[in-house]
Design a protein around this ligand. Sequence first.
Ligand code: IMP
Ligand code: MG
Length: 203
Amino acid sequence: MKNAHPQLVVPNRRRVPKCWRGDLESVLIGRAELNRRTRELAKSIEADFSGRNLVVVALLTGTVLFLADLIRELRLPLHLDFIGVSSYGAGTRAGRLIFNKELRLDVRGRDVLIVDDILDTGRTLHAVIEKLRLLKPRRVKVCVLLEKRARRARNVRADYVGFLVPDLFVVGYGFDFAERYRNLPFIGVLRPEMLVPKSAGAN
Ligand code: IMP
Ligand code: MG
């Protein structure tokens, strides 16, 4: 099954577009590959949720590009809502979790699909899943574009995973470094010299 075995991706130094060569050392996942895999994830989700009353709960802000591409491929009636979570810490390390946007829709008795950008330490998704369970949904499934396994601190499993990635700090397609680079249409790896510590970062 394709979805059970997300592919492990490796960086490709040659494909960085000229305008980003000063900032990025490699492209990890190109635009065509992101589109292809997003369509596959949508197919698996459609098969699991067909005919159900689905609420998609996306975590802000890193999911914006992925979410827009994923839900337009979903031929399902769905409701869309957002939870805002930020982790404040130095540089590329996450710190304390702060909820800055709460869910508005009622999820009691409904099927919920949480969409996040990446499952890394698992702290964010662990906290969000706990919070949602208190609202008594019928079931909760998790979809992430990327998964890094090296720094897992919480026992969290994602039901749908786009790509397994090595323990590198990535930017683009929603992923930021100090709020920059979210608009890149591909996922890239920053040059190490760009990773200077900043005081705050948001998810
Ligand atoms: P967690 O460690 O699983 O709780 O993930 C927390 C958040 O860290 C994610 O939602 C991302 O916003 C951020 N994050 C983790 N790895 C990266 C990365 O490589 N680039 C950009 N943000 C990341
Ligand atoms: Mg995030």
